[in-house]
Each structure stands twice: as C-alpha cells, then as structure tokens.
Write a protein that binds this ligand. Sequence first.
Ligand code: UTP
Length: 404
Amino acid sequence: MKNKTSEILAMLDQQQLLRYVPELTQAEQETLVRQIDALDLSVLDVDSSETSRGNMEPLYALTLDEIRANSSRYREIGLQAIRNNEVGAVLLAGGQGSRLGFDHPKGMFNIGVDRELYIFECLMNNLKKVAKEADSTIPLFIMTSVENDAETRDFMEAHDYFGYSKDNVWFFVQEQLPTVDLSGKLMLAAKGRVSTAPNGNGGWYASLAKNGMLKVIRDSRIKWLNVFAVDNVLQQMADPCFIGAVIESGMVSGSKVVAKAAPEEQVGVMCLEDGKPSIVEYYEMTDEMRQQREPDGTLSYNYGVILNYLFRVDKLNKTLHVKLPLHRAKKKIPYLNEKGVYVRPEAPNAYKFETLALDMIKLQENCLAFEVEREKEFAPVKNKTGVDSVETARALLRKNGIAI
Ligand code: UTP
C-alpha cells in the first residue's frame, strides 16, 4: 500500500477505505490506490449549510399569449438556425434514477402499456419531427455515466437509434464523485473499490469538453446548445419556436418554464438575483415572495423551470473555467459494510455530490424565460407512483394523443 495514500487517509480519518486491503491481490491493491489518488476529496469540505443568496427580483417571462401572437415568426427563425446547422441538442442521461428504482438507464424504461414505448423512443420521436420539419439534421450529444454508458449505447444501437441518423449521435461520459455516509465517511462499493456517483447534471459542458466534443461543435459551427433532461416524456427539444424567440430577443440563453400550479408548488422558479438570471428553489422563498403578485394578478415568482435550456456556445466557452457549487443530495446508495456484506438500503443512507445545470444560468448575462403549456411539454418520470410518476406521465401521453 502506497504510504502517501494511507497517510492522507489517516489525516482525513478515512482509513476505512483500506479495511479489506489484506484480502486484495497486489494488482487489486494498486487499482484501489490509483482510484483513491484520483478521488476529488473536496466533497469532504462541502458545507451543508444553505449558501447565502443575493437580492431577488421577479424576472420577466415571455408568456403563452405573447408566444402565440408571434409563433410563426419565431418558428421560422428557429428552423432557419437549424437549417444553418447552428443548433445542437444535449440529452442529460447520466442520472441514477434512484427514485424510480429502475435498474437500467432511465431512458430504457418502457412507458408503454399496450405496446413498447421507451422513454428514449419518445425523445427521439420528438427530435425526428423537428429534423423533418427543418429538413435538416440536429447533432445529438448524449451524456451518460460510467455506470450506464455501455448499456445506453447498446440499447440505442439495438433499436437503431429509433430511426434517428446514427451519424448525428455522440455519446460522452460524465465524471464521478465519491459518496459519503451520513457521518461523513467515504464508502466502499466493493473490497477494492470506493463508492462514487455521477457528479450531477451541471458538469455537462465541462464533460463535453473533456471528451473532445468541442471539436465536433466547432467543426459543425454549432452556435446554440439545447440541453434537457431524459425523464420528461413530453420533452420538446430543439423546439424551433423557443430557439427563434431566444435568437430574436438577443439574449444569450433561454429557459423553458411553466406557470406554477399554486403559490406553494415545490418547484425552482426563475428570478433575477443581483440583476442576473437565476433560479430560486421553493424552500429558499419567503412566504411573501410566494404570494407576491404583479398588477395583472399573476404571481411575481410564477415560472418554474423544467430542465430545458438553450445556451450560446461562445458564452459557454467563457464559463468553462468556472467551478460550479457542489450540492449534496441524500440518497439510497448501496455499499459494502464493515462485515463485508453488500447492503442495498431501503431508506436514504448517504450523500452524493452534484453540480446542477440550473447554476449555469447564473453565469449568463441574461436569460429568456419562455413559457410553455405544462400539459403539453412537461411529463416527468421521477417516481414509481404518485406525483411525477409513471402513472402521471402515461396519463399526459394519452392526453396528447400518443398511443401507449
Ligand atoms: P434528477 O435530478 O432527477 O436525478 O435528474 P436522477 O439521478 O436522474 O434521479 P434520482 O434523483 O436519483 O431519482 C434530472 C436530469 O439530469 C440528469 C438525469 O439523467 C435527468 O435527465 N442527470 C442527473 C445527469 O445526467 N447526471 C447526473 O449526475 C444527475
């Protein structure tokens, strides 16, 4: 065992990682040391207390009525940008989907009832529609994690990319961060392997860069990247109307938003923070903010984000060096216990650390909040049952005339 590594672990009071070293072969020991040496141990210093926020003000949003009145013009601008090959799409599919409890990449979940209809298929169908309308192609970058990369690629390959042209699909793998138990101890996933988890969806542009994808973006002259979550089965990506509205506004980013169902709805809301676009989480809002209304009666903090953003590539390049804050999330994380037994916890037992895509919005000079109809564009599959679940998503698919 390399002395330096054990010295550092002793200094940090994290020697439990070496518990099974006597049982490991020389090669396994070396692998473990290499992994420990490469761990980002800054997670041990993540401050769990709330980060202080700046001065919040409401942010103007382009409303459904305004969008309807100008939709054909926005659409044409967006379609033209797609035809000029200026738009790329980024699918965030590196999450673990722990709430859904499905043992495969979430995109492989069959949301169909009377027929097979995979989440990936819903997304590819929507993207194909736009490509057809523009009579062009949209490069699609799919972010995976070390855990689900091979399975995701194999699945897409086996399903022939659901009819999308394979030449326009690129995969890239996001980074991992170590996990800690509730008392702050790093955990083992196996006798010779430390437990790690994907580092959140905020690192997508840095991961694209690390994986060499900026060359593809440069060579294809992509100016805009539309980034979105895998788990919204009504996700409208590379939406020409959204793209056109952002381009016409002259702003450097855009965010699709939905009007809140009620002042108390638990959703992150777009706002201005110290004059910059930002997202305030529901638990960070005061009661006064939740109830505050504009002269026309709408809530001042009314527009919830749905993880569908548009970014200008030149501006993203300028923020590549910025380290986004790490947030800790309490999750059910399987681990090897002190008796050498692999435990699959029933309740959240540990923290993983994540950067969030919404924190990238704060790095932009401005952001167009673009309202969409919740029932037409937002059907998240987060839980097995109840709110934002398989059932609610199925009901919304049916409501939108999609056979399932
Ligand atoms: P969620 O925040 O819902 O996380 O992801 P999750 O890991 O999928 O699910 P839970 O919380 O464990 O149940 C929102 C989007 O961000 C992607 C997910 O794949 C989803 O599209 N994501 C999340 C990543 O790509 N990487 C991550 O590290 C985390």
